[in-house]
Ligand binder design. Structure first.
Ligand code: PBG
Length: 322
């Protein structure tokens, strides 16, 4: 045992250089993945309600964003598309000229090395706003898998490096891995939103994705009172062939990130979601919090808990702060 006065922990905190030298976890810009929302239309860069400094981008405006991402040293992006029309079967999801497909091709032209991941879900594409096909008032799991298979193949054809299913359908990883492999896309990786809770912290994202949902997603996303279930979901997705496991949201779920991370050899991703971002922005605007300090502390904590990749709307800011 170490006893005072021989042992004095403050010795190693005395100077900035000492603290820097012994720091256990350091946040790096290469830890981050930046979410992008793409929309149809021309010369659109429109701020998203509830998410200051985050925008809807039309394809023709992407060059300025991709340039900033490149200069910041960010390695990867996650694409979200807002379709022209919503319908029962989420058809724009697997249209080779859909908004996400156009964005992938465009980004790969502007910056071929950038890792392009796509969020694969139905919620922005269906007119009821659910993450799956609604049948007899319920979200039909297996019918949804068909749509997910068509979608990932279509994203892969457009050039996606990673597909990231976020709909919490059972068997989605197995179905997607099979479809990709059957179509010669065995090098396209799957980042599973494996442990995704039904969370009120997704609030601002609903307007970001122009989602039509009334009601909630509790019949497919997880109950935040549960932890064992997180380990079960993570294990199933790993066995079905996921390459990354994601935990979402991040900040209220650090225990989950830590436990899932120690239960697997796969890299863990964590999504620092829209509501978490909005809280800091709002408090900053009121002069109540130091945005830079709070954001760096939160992201470092998410990394300390075990996340290898952190999805965050603050990625571009972080590049200026680090
Ligand atoms: C789609 C999806 C959501 C988010 C990412 N993908 C919303 C939801 O499931 O309700 C949330 C992201 C955020 O809040 O930043 N299924």
């Amino acid at each position: 045992m170490s006893f005072f006065p021989v042992t004095r922990p403050r010795r190693l905190r005395r100077t900035a250089m000492l603290r820097e030298q012994i720091a256990e976890v350091k946040l790096n810009i290469t830890d981050l993945m930046y979410p992008i929302f793409v929309v149809h239309g021309q010369s659109i860069k429109r701020e998203i309600n509830g998410m200051p400094n985050q925008y809807h981008w039309s394809i023709d405006r992407l060059p300025e964003l991709i340039k900033a991402i490149k200069e910041a040293g960010i390695l990867s992006v996650m694409l979200f598309g807002i379709p022209k029309t919503k319908d029962k079967y989420a058809t724009e999801n697997y249209d080779s000229n859909g908004i996400v497909q156009q964005a992938i091709r465009n980004i790969k032209m502007l910056h071929p090395e950038l890792i392009v991941a796509t969020d694969v879900c139905l919620c922005a594409y269906t007119n009821d706003g659910h993450c799956g096909i609604v049948h007899n008032d319920e979200v039909d799991n297996d019918q949804t898998l068909d749509i997910l298979q068509k979608t990932v193949v279509c994203h892969a054809q457009a050039g996606a490096d990673i597909v990231a299913p976020s709909g919490m359908m059972d068997g989605m990883i197995q179905a997607m891995r099979y479809a990709l492999d059957q179509n010669d896309f065995n090098q396209v990786a799957i980042m599973s939103y494996a442990v995704k809770y039904a969370s009120a912290f997704y609030g601002p994202f609903r307007s970001a994705c122009d989602c039509a949902l009334k009601g909630d997603r509790k019949s497919y996303q997880m109950d935040f009172r549960n932890k064992k279930e997180a380990l079960k979901e993570a294990k199933m997705d790993e066995e079905e062939g996921a390459d990354f496991l994601m935990v979402k949201p991040a900040l209220s779920y650090l225990d989950i990130i830590q436990d899932v991370s120690s239960s697997t050899t796969l890299p863990i991703a964590a999504y620092h979601v829209s509501g978490e971002y909005a809280m800091v922005k709002a408090a900053f605007e009121k002069g109540w919090l130091d945005e830079r300090a709070v954001t760096l502390e939160a992201l470092t904590a998410i990394k300390r808990a075990g996340a290898k990749v952190i999805l965050t709307y603050s990625a571009l800011d972080v590049s200026k702060w680090l």
